[in-house]
Design a protein around this ligand. Sequence first.
Ligand code: HEC
Length: 96
Amino acid sequence: MKKLFAVALMSLAASAWGADAPPKYQTSCFACHMSGAAGAPKTGDTAAWEERMAKGMDALVASVKNGLNGMPPTGLCADCTDEEYKALIEFMAAPQ
Ligand code: HEC
């Protein structure tokens, strides 16, 4: 019974975060981009992300690496590669 409950909880958590979130999302970007803390564009808010995407992907990856206002350099993912940043940004910009 306990085990069943744990499985149910896990699947609930997975659906709340989106089934296909990149693996590092929950330990980094999620902290701010899920709630919109400090003015972060929210995950799945396509209108907010459209303005950001207009800068071009390279500029966005540079913003994450260097930090931008309320966002600390690396966005709390010190070991993310450029490819991982791109996947995370694409995930957050897509409708959930
Ligand atoms: C500590 C909170 C925090 C974390 C963690 C965080 N962000 Fe952000 N992010 C922000 C805030 C706040 C902004 C809005 C900055 C502004 O425009 O003033 C932002 C903006 C952005 C932008 C738009 C940059 C631009 O040039 O307009 C991108 C892209 C982004 N974040 C990606 C990420 C990624 C990828 C991660 C995870 C690796 C991440 N963020 C983690 C707070 C955070």
